[in-house]
Write a protein of this length. Sequence first.
Length: 117
Amino acid sequence: MHILVISDRSMFGEGLCALLSDRSEFQVLRMGVHVERQEVLAQVALHRPDVIILLDCPEEENGLSLAAVRCLKNGWVRKIVTVDRRDNSLCILRCRRCAIEHVQNLVEAIMDDVQDP
């Protein structure tokens, strides 16, 4: 599995990359956060990661989240994981494509990932 890690904190990003690299099934590519949106898209097109991990990336500054979502929408990646260390929140975005024949298919797709707290 190919993983692209984009981190605002070099030590945190390097530590995560080191942990992930210890597992033989992961191939990890790391980018610093001070990259342009087009550079992220170019790296995704080149390396075709399965997962993009965004760590503490200020989306209002560089649009990395928008670039990552575009990659997900276009089917270039399977999953995006974002982590905000300020409140330890984790968000996972996944892509699943299917043909919709009627409204019930849309309702089923919406409810498929909904879990009761």
